[in-house]
Design a protein around this ligand. Structure first.
Ligand SMILES: CC(C)(COP(=O)(O)OP(=O)(O)OC[C@H]1O[C@@H](n2cnc3c(N)ncnc32)[C@H](O)[C@@H]1OP(=O)(O)O)[C@@H](O)C(=O)NCCC(=O)NCCS
Length: 268
């Protein structure tokens, strides 16, 4: 009897010892993991303080109470030349633009780490909204990024994707036990862009996203609203003078064709 009790204790200790390091429960351990992914962690608010993008470019969580973030969202989403080619390409009203910011900021409050970031130039100017958001499929997250026109084509897009890639790896490493509504590992990042959005297509290809997938590979994951209503076609698009065949998706909810890009997230 005594021996059995002893063995149970030893077994318990071994099991605890094996599993504990992979299952962080405190914000302190999140801080340590974040550090590994070049992310400053704010233990008090339990969210990142800043993610470094290199050369002074940083990502900060969206903050609806920050006037500079408010101004950024108004410019980003109400100006026709800014939203052209992004989502439905239609400019939003000022309240709608602010609503996007409020929604993205509010979500940080309840420990939902799939929320938005504002990108700051080295002089501190906010010019970008980006992030990875929830997708209907639990193992997929959608990457989004939009910059003020004056900051484009200067390499910030590539830097942001590298930072977001690290952020996705951090989320996976932090484990499914972190607070918030992310319950599973992100295995695939996807991005959807209009076939005539050449800067975005170049950015994604240059950042390691793929645009060819096997028939039915993501059919169930991309089900908006039902797999049998999703149509995949192929389209030739010329990028840098070279013609590529892209898989293009349409759904009843999103009748405008969208090229689907994806990237596997591997740990390291
Ligand atoms: C798409 C977008 C984020 C790109 O960001 P960016 O900071 O300009 O990208 P980068 O400077 O890192 O450039 C990435 C690549 O795109 C190319 N590129 C950028 N702007 C370009 C332009 N106007 N014309 C042609 N190529 C362009 C760059 O030369 C680079 O290509 P390379 O890898 O062959 O050198 C930016 O144009 C934007 O905000 N567009 C509106 C929103 C949008 O469409 N988002 C995409 C949804 S995911």
């Amino acid at each position: 009897m005594k021996m059995k009790y002893f063995r149970t204790i030893i077994l318990g200790l071994i099991l605890n010892g094996c599993s504990a390091p992979d299952v962080p429960h405190t914000s302190d351990s999140l801080q340590n993991i974040a550090q590994h992914y070049n992310t400053e962690w704010n233990s008090e608010s339990n969210r990142p303080h800043a993610i470094s993008g290199g050369d002074g470019f940083i990502l900060k969580p969206c903050d609806a109470s920050n006037v500079r973030h408010q101004d950024l969202f108004i410019y980003l989403y109400t100006l026709p030349e800014s939203v052209k080619g992004y989502l439905d390409g239609k400019p939003k009203s000022t309240p709608e633009a602010l609503h996007i910011l409020i929604n993205q900021s509010y979500r940080w409050e309840d420990g939902n780490f799939l929320s938005g970031f504002v990108g700051l130039a080295p002089d501190g100017t906010p010019f970008m909204h980006c992030g990875i958001g929830l997708f209907p499929n639990k193992n997929m997250a959608e990457l989004f990024i939009i910059e003020l026109p004056g900051f484009r084509n200067q390499g910030y897009g590539k830097k942001a994707i590298i930072a977001l890639d690290r952020w996705a790896k951090f989320l996976n490493k932090a484990g499914t036990t972190v607070d918030g509504d992310r319950k599973s590992e992100i295995r695939t990042l996807i991005a959807r862009v209009s076939p005539d959005n050449i800067p975005a297509i170049k950015l994604l290809i240059g950042s390691g996203f793929k645009f060819e997938f096997k028939h039915n590979e993501f059919k169930d994951e991309l089900n908006e609203p039902r797999p049998d209503h999703v149509t995949f076609t192929h389209q030739q698009i010329s990028v840098n003078g070279k013609s590529h065949t892209f898989t293009v998706m349409t759904t009843p909810k999103r009748p405008d064709p969208m090229v689907i890009f994806f990237k596997r997230i591997n740990e390291n």
